[in-house]
Each structure stands twice: as C-alpha cells, then as structure tokens.
Ligand binder design. Structure first.
Ligand code: IPM
Ligand code: MG
Length: 363
C-alpha cells in the first residue's frame, strides 16, 4: 500500500531522531511491500525563525491531507524570550487544536532487560505495563482569558481551566474502550476535592461506567496518583486524566522505565493522527548524534498500528526494539558510566538490521 506521511522534524534533536524514523519506515516499506511518501513541514523554533510563526498554514494543510503525522520535538532556549504566540511550543499546541487531537495515548512499559536503569527498585517496577490517556485539546492549556492585568493592588494574572462536558465524555469514552481491550481497569485521575471541573469529570466517569460493566473504574486524586506511580506503578492498567495532570504524570511515569528516551505517544482525533516521542527537543545534546531514537521508532510502531492498520509490522518493530535492548545495546541515556553505547544512527541501524534478521528467521 501507499501512504502519505507528514514529517515535522522540529528543533533540537528532532531532525536526528526523525531521520531514523524515516529510514525505518523505508525499511519497512521494502520488507513488507509498502511505499511511504514523505512530505516535510516546518514547526516550532525553526518555523519562527524562517516564517515568523511556529505553525505556518502550509504545515497545517500538509498534515490535514496526510495519512499520519510524525513529529520530532519543538523548543529550545533560543526562543525563551519570544512572545507567547511566537514560542515554539505554541506551534505544537496549535497543531493539536487544528487536527483536533483530543486523545493523547502514552504507553508506559518496563523492558525487563532495562530494569536496572530505573531509579526505582526492581521489585517495584516488575510487570509495569499501563497506558496514560491524556486529554489534549482542553483544560488550562487552552482556556481563555489568559492574561496579565494591572489592578490597584498590583499585577494580577489569569489562566483559565475550561472543559465542556462533551470534551470530558469523549476522552473518558476512549479510555473506557481502551481499558475494555486491555486488563479492564480504569483509573480516572482528578482533583475533585478542590476543582469543579474535576467533580464534573467524576460524574461523567460514573455515568459512562454503566455502559462498561466489565471495566472496573477507580477514582484517584492527582496528588495521590503522583505518589502511587512511584510506590506501586504495577497497579495501573489505563489511567485517564485531563490535559495538565496528564502532562505532569506522564513525565513522572517515564522515569519508571529508566529513560524518557524510550516512550512513544500517539495523539488521536477526528482526522489524521500525530505521533511523537514524549521527550522534548533536548537542545543540550542536539547535533551530537547521541539522542536515543527509540521513543521515536516506537512512535512509528504506534503509527503503523493506529493509523495505517499495519499491525504485524508494528509488532515486529516493537519486538526488534526489545531484542536490541535485550542483546545489551544502549544509547548514552541508558548506558552505565563505564558501559559502551551506540550513537543515534547506530541504534537506528541496529533496529533495522534486527528487523531484517527476524524476518529472515521467520521465513
Ligand atoms: C508534552 C510537552 C508539551 C505539553 C509542551 C512542549 C507544550 O510537555 O507534549 O508533554 O505540555 O503538552
Ligand atoms: Mg510534557
């Protein structure tokens, strides 16, 4: 089959890790008889520098007519003093909104072979395998007014947390569906002891729960959830939460696995979906060929599964990544102080050759 993929490299390590993803897709194409056509669009700091906006209209159009979008990462200290609208992150938020990517899926799975790179004890992280479903187009990230204003008592500043009931319902429904396909345990994370939006969130979850009798629904306050993720992460199957809680908890959760450089994400909506590693643009190591490409390569697997219906290919990529780690190959973020490690390009190549040898063995 023939697929159109929009590629948004972004800033920092973005271009390096995305390059490995493109090579992997071409490799998959050759091995399994598909063809991928790539079209590149600008986003983030580079777009600010070259076009004066973090999300040029052309990029939005390109994404809308593609089968799926692959994104590296955006941002860096160079743009720290830009106005809110010209910050690279604004491009990311805008593309999420433009494509209505309301469901951000962040799987967190511990690779057994990396258990010793996690700061948590091995017995705590054993069997960790859960998914965070983060609401991505509402809440305090997008609410208005968002402003500073001078009052007689000095500067006052407002951020606004708004949710429509329909927005809460649609993300909860995604999470119930996912839990239903997995181990049927859904933890809905909120701050219902303080926030009105969380109380409505809870009511919606309880109402929907009646349609999913097989799924066990549990409510958990976000402060407790932050603690439980470290104390007993294997209790979770699917976690669903609003935008900002999900942002914070997913970074916390990434530590369990040993490196944020491993975790992929899928942002699903009504049109083309977007795939990206959950880590940032890591400007401190940009251009050094040392970033871990595995989160991006895992994101490619999610793209094949969710957007292109290539389930076997997705699974083969995931198994190849697992095998590479099992053989002991590490990137810098995963290696111990005296351990040897691979560069970004070497790791990408290792995954591709492992895929090839796996295919040869299977045939
Ligand atoms: C993420 C990032 C973004 C977010 C930033 C870069 C705006 O942290 O995807 O988790 O907060 O959503
Ligand atoms: Mg984040």
């Amino acid at each position: 089959m023939n697929f159109q993929i929009a590629i948004l490299e972004g800033d920092g390590v973005g271009p390096e890790i995305v390059k490995e993803a493109v090579l992997l897709l071409n490799h998959i194409g050759e091995q399994y008889g598909h063809s991928f056509e790539f079209q590149y669009g600008k986003i983030g700091g580079l777009a600010v520098d070259e076009e004066g906006t973090p999300l040029p209209e052309r990029t939005v159009e390109l994404c809308k007519k593609s089968d799926a979008v692959l994104l590296g990462a955006v941002g860096g200290p160079k743009w720290d003093n830009e106005t809110a609208e010209r910050r690279p992150e604004a491009g990311l938020l805008q593309i999420r909104k433009e494509l209505q990517l309301f469901a951000n899926i962040r799987p967190v799975k511990v690779f057994e072979t990396l258990a010793d790179t996690s700061p948590l004890k091995e017995e705590v992280i054993k069997d960790v395998d859960f998914v965070i479903v983060r609401e991505l187009t509402g809440g305090i990230y997008f609410g208005t007014p968002r402003e500073r204003r001078m009052t007689e008592n000095g500067l006052e500043v407002i951020d606004t947390l708004v949710y429509k009931e329909s927005e809460i319902e649609r993300i909860l429904r995604e999470a119930f569906e996912l839990a239903n396909q997995r181990n049927k345990k859904l933890t809905s994370v909120d701050k219902a002891n303080v926030l009105e939006s969380s109380r409505v969130w809870r009511e919606c979850a309880n109402t929907l729960s009646k349609h999913y009798p097989e799924v066990e629904l549990q409510h958990m306050l976000v402060d407790n959830a932050a603690m439980q993720l470290i104390k007993n992460p294997s209790q979770f199957d699917v976690i669903v939460t609003e935008n900002m809680f999900g942002d914070i908890l997913s970074d916390e959760a990434s530590v369990i696995t040993g490196s944020i450089g491993l975790l992929p994400s899928a942002s699903l909506g009504v049109g083309p979906s977007l795939y990206e590693p959950i880590h940032g643009s890591a400007p401190d190591i940009a251009g050094q060929n040392s970033a871990n490409p595995l989160a991006t390569l895992s994101s490619v697997a999610l793209m094949l599964r969710y957007s292109l219906g290539l389930h076997q290919e997705a699974q083969d990529i995931e198994e190849a990544i697992e095998a590479v780690l099992h053989y002991g190959y590490r990137t810098k973020d995963l290696a111990g102080p005296s351990e040897k490690f691979l560069t970004t390009t070497e790791m990408g190549e290792k995954v591709r050759t492992t895929l090839t040898s796996k295919k040869v063995i299977m045939n």
